[in-house]
Design a protein around this ligand. Structure first.
Ligand SMILES: Nc1ncnc2c1ncn2[C@@H]1O[C@H](COP(=O)(O)OP(=O)(O)OP(=O)(O)O)[C@@H](O)[C@H]1O
Ligand SMILES: [Mg+2]
Length: 343
């Protein structure tokens, strides 16, 4: 079934987008570090889980979004590891005294060395750090930890991120001063579906529910959701739940998705200027620096170049904006609509 809302884990539920799955599997076989990048809802987690399951790989999957807000401690990371570890890994982890105590909720402060010891228990396996840019929020250098794993443990790393700019700032693979510099890695960029594949995905997804919608309605949905597989499957799911597919229903689901995207944005980014920049860009479709500045200043008063640059840089790093040929645009059509219509 394509329209379930959890990340896919099995080949039969996974719509084959193109070469990405096979590329991922090829890399994981030989590379110690595989990056999987793509904006929100592009299908990264599904690709990783389906890919590893199909290969029969033994892996430990850590969703770094489950780490607590604020500064992340070694103990937080260990707790996540304990919660996700199964079978032999879990048993081995529990033999590390401090880890066991941390897992029991005892007030201990596990050291970095304990963490290294804990990670030895996953030798021979794949360690997935989903949404790894979250690990930036720490006084501990998790990038150093990754370099240690890379150099000294028999563990293959899969690192994913939807905030691609932040992920690269965390890993700093190209920075000679950084721990991970110089390590070979492979990167899978999860693509959007083409228009053709988007339509095929919807057609096949609906047919799994014995529904064959009018082509015109599918076109309308793809116009709104573009080739973002997470939105398309959200659309399919919501439509199947509601029954009768009509133009009215398509537009209703689009509005629901917009509200969701906007609330996620507001959760991720606080500050009036961020929202205002997004609003201007959404209204203009694409906007150059000067246009953004004029637009924001018209509403919020003067803003120094440095501050505007910071806002824009952050929005790009988080994947809410992209910069194409000197102009900013909002890559997610659903979020763009939300800002356009928020007025
Ligand atoms: N290849 C696929 N076939 C069918 N459904 C898919 C596929 N890829 C993703 N989906 C669906 O799209 C939604 C988003 O997928 P997933 O969570 O894997 O994406 P993601 O890029 O990890 O998203 P996020 O950035 O939110 O973590 C889920 O509902 C998932 O079931
Ligand atoms: Mg994900």
């Amino acid at each position: 079934m394509y329209f379930t809302q959890e990340p896919k884990t099995r080949r039969e539920d996974f719509f084959d987008m193109d070469e990405a799955l096979r590329e991922f599997q090829r890399y994981v076989r030989v590379s110690k570090l595989t990056l999987v990048t793509g904006l929100r809802r592009y299908g990264k987690t599904s690709l990783i889980l389906t890919g590893l399951n199909e290969m029969g790989e033994d892996y430990v999957f850590l969703d770094c979004r489950l780490l607590p807000a604020g500064m992340i401690s070694v103990k937080d990371f260990l707790k996540l590891l304990i919660a996700q570890a199964r079978g032999k890994v879990r048993a081995a982890l529990m033999r590390v005294e401090e880890v066991r105590l941390a897992g029991l909720g005892v007030r201990v402060r596990p050291s970095y060395e304990t963490l290294l010891e804990a990670l030895k228990t996953i030798e021979g396996k794949v360690l997935v750090l989903d949404e790894a840019q979250e690990l930036r929020r720490s006084r501990h250098r998790f990038d150093k930890l990754l370099a240690y794993i890379y150099d000294h443990l028999n563990v293959r790393l899969v690192v994913s991120g939807s905030q691609i700019g932040l992920l690269h700032k965390f890993l700093r693979l190209e920075d000679p001063e950084a721990p991970l510099f110089g390590r070979a890695y492979a990167e899978v960029r999860v693509p959007r579906l083409t228009r053709e594949l988007s339509l095929e995905f919807l057609r096949e997804g609906f047919s799994q529910h014995s529904i064959s919608p009018e082509e015109r309605l599918l076109e309308l949905a793809v116009d709104s959701f573009d080739g973002i597989i997470g939105w398309l499957s959200y659309f399919g799911y919501a439509s199947v739940m509601r029954g009768e597919l009509s133009e009215k229903l398509v537009m209703e689901v689009v509005r629901m998705a917009s509200r969701l995207a906007l609330s996620e944005f507001n959760h991720a980014v606080q500050g009036e200027r961020y929202g205002e920049v997004m609003r201007i860009v959404s209204l203009l479709g694409k906007a150059r620096w000067g246009e953004v500045k004029r637009g924001v200043e018209a509403r919020l008063g003067r803003i120094p170049d440095k501050s505007l640059a910071k806002v824009l840089r952050r929005l790009v790093d988080m994947g809410f904006l992209e910069k194409v040929e000197g102009a900013y645009r909002i890559p997610d059509p659903v979020l763009a609509r939300a800002f356009r219509e928020a007025d």
